[in-house]
Write a protein that binds this ligand. Structure first.
Ligand SMILES: NC(=O)c1ccc[n+]([C@@H]2O[C@H](COP(=O)([O-])OP(=O)(O)OC[C@H]3O[C@@H](n4cnc5c(N)ncnc54)[C@H](OP(=O)(O)O)[C@@H]3O)[C@@H](O)[C@H]2O)c1
Length: 347
């Protein structure tokens, strides 16, 4: 691995970095799943930061891309969530300087964060919370952006919003930060699903007022809130459209973040309920000029440093290499993790 030098130039000629890449789409035990490689680093584009990555966290999207996207013979570097230090900036960068500590979730279209050095557009980046370590900070960006966009974008909630919100899959990465954000920024009553004692305890720590088991969703929710809920944020939607229709009030709304197959939304029609999607990569893919994710991450950073949000890291592996990322992918694809799995460089 090459140790990056700190510079303020717009180019990084001849730099290489170690990275963890996949060579084929497929299962973790297949050949070419996750390998340690050395790669050349491109020069930063005009709005790019070159970041020395100190820690990453693994999300289900890492697992889904690894399993399904064939990098066509070239090493494909996975990784979205990261925290690190800016070591070079592009010519038109406005919000960051060399030496600043940052965190971000990046985009689907560029080489990922499972690397020593990564290029990322500054419009997708926030300053890392000062009160968190790199590992603690790397747990947050992708899930915080998703939760923010679901609550304040798709559902259109604002400061002080009242009513009842059901969070399905609440012990996972998104649910863990969404409960905290809703608690910090709204007056919603928060009903969270959790099916094990340890996940139930965790969602209460994250801010849930009430906990229900997702194995009997309709009856469990109506036992706690007989009048029904106003909103649902769902990380596990497959087979749940009828239950959501039953527990939602008239004109209630669902925001789904997962990829349910064979989705039939007709159960939502009688009560004129609505279904929304939230996808954290919509902005980087279709609105690349937008700085909205930069602004949200700056606000998340402020909330953390003000003591209103905490890290969701529950597992820390080190160093950042193929062996530990393989362990992390295995944990995340179990769909049983609580909070977030982080992989950090050795201190
Ligand atoms: N659209 C986006 O931008 C976006 C962003 C992030 C994640 N996602 C997607 O959201 C989904 C969840 O990801 P995540 O990282 O938040 O969480 P996760 O790590 O997948 O969540 C794991 C937790 O979910 C609970 N769970 C497992 N199966 C469940 C089920 N059938 N119903 C309800 N809860 C269940 C488990 O707790 P208990 O069983 O104990 O309750 C477990 O602790 C994934 O499909 C991911 O790809 C989408």
């Amino acid at each position: 691995m090459t140790t990056p030098s700190t510079d303020s130039g717009a180019t990084a000629p001849g730099r290489t970095t170690r990275a963890v890449a996949h060579l084929n789409a497929g299962p973790l035990d297949g050949s070419g799943a996750l390998l340690d490689v050395d790669l050349e680093v491109d020069a930063p584009g005009p709005r790019d930061l070159l970041v020395e990555v100190r820690a990453v966290s693994v999300n289900p999207v890492d697992v889904k891309v690894r399993a399904s996207r064939d990098p066509a013979g070239r090493p494909g570097v996975l990784g979205f969530d990261a925290a690190g230090v800016v070591v070079a900036v592009g010519a038109d960068v406005e919000s960051f300087a060399v030496g600043e500590e940052v965190f971000y979730a990046g985009s689907l279209e560029r080489a990922g964060s499972d690397a020593g050095l990564q290029l990322v557009d500054e419009r997708l980046v926030g300053h890392k919370p000062r009160t968190l370590s790199f590992a603690e900070a790397a747990a947050l960006p992708l899930t915080a952006l998703t939760a923010w966009e679901a609550l304040f974008g798709a559902l259109g909630l604002d400061e002080g919003a009242e009513g009842t919100l059901l969070v399905v899959g609440a012990a996972g990465g998104v649910g863990s930060v969404l409960l905290q954000l809703a608690r910090a920024r709204t007056r919603l009553r928060l009903l969270a699903t959790a099916s094990r004692p340890e996940s139930a305890q965790w969602v209460r720590r994250m801010g849930a007022h009430d906990v229900v088991d997702h194995h009997d969703l309709r009856d469990a929710v109506l036992a706690v809130v007989p009048e029904g809920v106003d909103h649902v944020v769902s990380a596990y939607s497959a087979g749940n459209a009828q239950a959501f229709a039953d527990v939602l009030r008239v004109r209630g709304a669902v925001v789904a973040i997962d990829d349910p197959e064979d989705l039939d939304l007709t159960p939502l029609k009688p009560k004129s309920q609505s279904w929304h999607w939230e996808f954290v990569f919509t902005r980087p893919l279709f609105e690349p000029e937008s700085s909205a994710q930069h602004e949200v991450l700056e606000e998340v950073s402020r909330l953390v440093d003000a003591g209103e949000l905490r890290t969701t890291m529950t597992t820390l592996l080190s160093p950042l290499d193929a062996a530990n990322l393989t362990k992390a992918h295995r944990l995340v694809e179990s769909s049983a993790t609580i909070g977030k799995v982080v992989v950090a460089v050795a201190e």
